[in-house]
Design a protein around this ligand. Sequence first.
Ligand SMILES: NC(=O)c1ccc[n+]([C@@H]2O[C@H](COP(=O)([O-])OP(=O)(O)OC[C@H]3O[C@@H](n4cnc5c(N)ncnc54)[C@H](OP(=O)(O)O)[C@@H]3O)[C@@H](O)[C@H]2O)c1
Length: 285
Amino acid sequence: MSNIAVIGAGAVGTAIAMMLQPTSSVTLLGRQDATRIYDDWETQTQQTIDVQSLTTYQGTFDIIFIAVKTHQLPAVVPHLSRLTHSKTVVILAQNGYGQLDLLADYQAYQGVVYISGEKNGTHVTHFRDRRIHIQRDQYTEQFAKQLANSNLELVLENTIEQTIWYKLLVNLGINTVTALTQDTARVLKRPDIYELCRQLLIEGSKVARACGVSLPNTIVTDIMQIYAGYPDEMGTSMYYDVKNQQPLEVEAIQGYIYRQSQQHHLDTPTLDRCYHDLKQLEPTA
Ligand SMILES: NC(=O)c1ccc[n+]([C@@H]2O[C@H](COP(=O)([O-])OP(=O)(O)OC[C@H]3O[C@@H](n4cnc5c(N)ncnc54)[C@H](OP(=O)(O)O)[C@@H]3O)[C@@H](O)[C@H]2O)c1
């Protein structure tokens, strides 16, 4: 049986650890030794799970999930050399893209996470979804077989780029407009914000296509349709981060797309302006 670690005892990391625990040996690593109380809305159950300190943990793992926020990744990377062996597989359970550059020394994969939850103090609530998409290859096929009986679904993709970009675009529109207006999904009822969001998706899909990603012609209307189904009071992670004056994952989402646009010399005025405006909302150290 593989020995698995999950780094980041927050909403996603705690949920992954709980989903794997019944069928695997899992260690949840956080900032310090602690206990998390885990509420699962779908099953209406509550359980506890121990967290061990990442900085003092000694031992290696076959598989490591990293579920810290994207801007928290640089502080985690130095610990990996101590926690890995030559065959360890590292899976980034994060939004955004471009973070794999920090993990060039490892067999690392960008996961696309569909797990919805929230951390509040020592409590983590899992709302819905239990899925991570990753690139299919010999390592991940083996890994997916091991997880077949767990509560976490590992979806193997032949072209993960498409799945990554789809989620990037979904995040680009709604995260940007809710963060900039500091309002929930109801803000899309304003015609000017609806149009801003649509324009972001048009520019974002132009960047994706320039990066060689094949997207359906209906991508913009498809995503706007998804947003239309969001409850008015729904916030996004970036909206809550702005409200709580926390660092934003802007470099890994809007910033990544912006940099790709620059590299391909594209004209993306709405994206460029929103990226710079979001940077202004970052808390100062
Ligand atoms: N939550 C969702 O519904 C959801 C859905 C899809 C994707 N995602 C993505 O998943 C990723 C994780 O998000 P999340 O919502 O799970 O964030 P989160 O609840 O804030 O969890 C991150 C956890 O990592 C811990 N951490 C940070 N730096 C650390 C370090 N150096 N050593 C040890 N632990 C450290 C944090 O501890 P502290 O709390 O002490 O800082 C926190 O417990 C993000 O990229 C997010 O965009 C989230």
